[in-house]
Ligand binder design. Structure first.
Ligand code: PMV
Length: 318
């Protein structure tokens, strides 16, 4: 028995890092997806294959967690424990989402793995079950993630997310805009960046408090702008958000250069997306201006993606 599920990557439009301390953040799903095929096999263990990483490994339970494929195995394992069905499996991952980019590739793979594994074993899970199980795999990758990635990848569309309150779906029409994403080419680790911000915040709590408060207010205003279709306001708020991210120490010269280049080329707003330190920036572009912005960014970035917001979350495929 074999089952295929897919789940979207995401872009955080506002609120990353601040969301870790329970401020609201807004994320959208994008039209880049991870696909996972889970197949019941003879033998033992869980064989994980990744087309993009060019890796394959059989897991029996005592392998080091540092293996790049371990989170996929872990997602399969927690799913089997949850549904109470254990079986040897092959889990194959095919993903359009660039890894370690801030576009939520690990969460999308985790979400699709949970859905595919459960279905291959005869159980169709509800979305909230899929999201919760995927969060467990995300903990392996990121330490203590806020949960925004697995949530947006499961439900799709646009969400406002707050750690202690869960998520709210934003009613929005994103057809007037496209997102341009440009790679800084610098490696980054979400866990390390979150820890770094936490250290600086602990050192200067009275300075950081108002910054976090401002970021929370900003996310609320951004949510209103999205629902009103006011993308000019959203762009301005994204620029302010970038300033706050710089203030808490997750920007650098390369990211700043990309952000300013996108703005100068006509983006409505541009900022780091995700953990920063490296990874990608996102530029919000009115349809028709995205190619100009992408062209300007290609002069300084080796990987530029033009993507659309996607309403679709996790889904089963034939
Ligand atoms: O994994 P990334 O780069 O999308 O970053 C996640 C966003 C953070 O707010 C930095 C961490 C989190 O757990 O929300």
């Amino acid at each position: 028995m074999s089952a295929v599920a897919s789940a979207p990557g995401k872009v955080i439009l506002v609120g990353e890092h601040f969301v870790v301390e329970n401020e609201p953040a807004i994320a959208v799903a994008i039209n880049l997806r991870a696909r996972v095929r889970a197949t019941k096999v003879e033998g033992e263990g869980v064989e994980v294959r990744s087309r993009e990483l060019g890796l394959a490994q059989v897991f029996r339970g005592d392998e080091p967690r540092s293996s790049p494929l371990y989170p996929v195995y872990f997602a399969a394992k927690v799913t089997m424990e949850y549904i109470g069905v254990e079986s040897p499996l092959r889990v194959e991952v095919f993903s359009d989402i660039p890894p370690a980019s801030g576009m939520g590739s690990s969460a999308a793979v985790a979400v699709a793995t949970v859905a595919a594994v459960a279905k291959a074993l005869g159980v169709k899970l509800a979305e909230d079950e899929i999201s919760r199980l995927a969060y467990r795999a995300e903990e392996i990758v990121h330490g203590k993630p806020s949960g925004i990635d697995n949530t947006i990848s499961t439900y799709g569309g646009a969400i406002a997310y707050r750690k202690t309150e869960g998520f709210l779906r934003l009613e929005a029409d994103f057809s007037p805009i496209r997102l341009v994403l440009a790679d800084s080419g610098l490696p980054r680790s979400t866990g390390e960046m979150v820890a770094r911000v936490r250290r600086l915040k602990a050192k200067y709590p009275r300075v950081f408090e108002p910054l976090y408060h401002a970021a929370g207010r900003l996310a609320i205003e951004a949510g209103k702008a999205i629902e009103a279709g006011n993308f000019r306001a959203l762009g301005e708020l994204m620029n302010v958000n970038h300033g706050l991210l710089s203030a808490i120490g997750v920007s650098n010269e390369v990211l700043e250069r990309l952000v300013y280049r996108a703005r100068e080329a006509g983006a409505l707003g541009a900022k780091i997306t995700g953990a920063g330190g490296g990874g990608f920036i996102v530029a919000l572009c009115e349809k028709g201006s995205e190619e100009r912005v992408a062209k300007a960014l290609r002069e300084v970035s080796s990987r530029v993606f033009v993507v659309d917001v996607s309403g679709e979350g996790v889904r089963y495929e034939e």
